[in-house]
Design a protein around this ligand. Structure first.
Ligand code: SF4
Length: 84
């Protein structure tokens, strides 16, 4: 069973394929240069989380598949990545 439910904001997606680069069995890029999910269980959860964390547009949200709890962006982070 997939660990995460994945949602992608197509309106934010830049089509730069960084998510596909991190988790190529989970994400794919459409002809319109938008990311979409091909298999929520396609890669190890660590890679899927890394893909979401590294999305430059913050277009990927992850939810715990069992509890529905939002995992990324971290609740309260206003949808932005944690800055170094
Ligand atoms: S990393 Fe983000 S912006 Fe880039 S293709 Fe994936 S969802 Fe779109």
């Amino acid at each position: 069973m997939a660990k995460y439910r994945i949602k992608i904001r197509e309106d934010l997606c830049l089509g730069d394929k960084q998510c596909w680069d991190k988790a190529p069995e989970t994400f794919a890029i459409s002809d319109e240069d938008k990311s979409y999910v091909v298999n929520e269980d396609g890669n190890w959860p660590e890679y899927i989380l890394a893909a979401a964390m590294n999305c430059p547009a913050d277009a990927i949200s992850l939810y715990d598949a069992e509890t529905g709890e939002q995992v990324w962006p971290k609740p309260g982070s206003e949808g932005s990545k944690e800055k170094e």
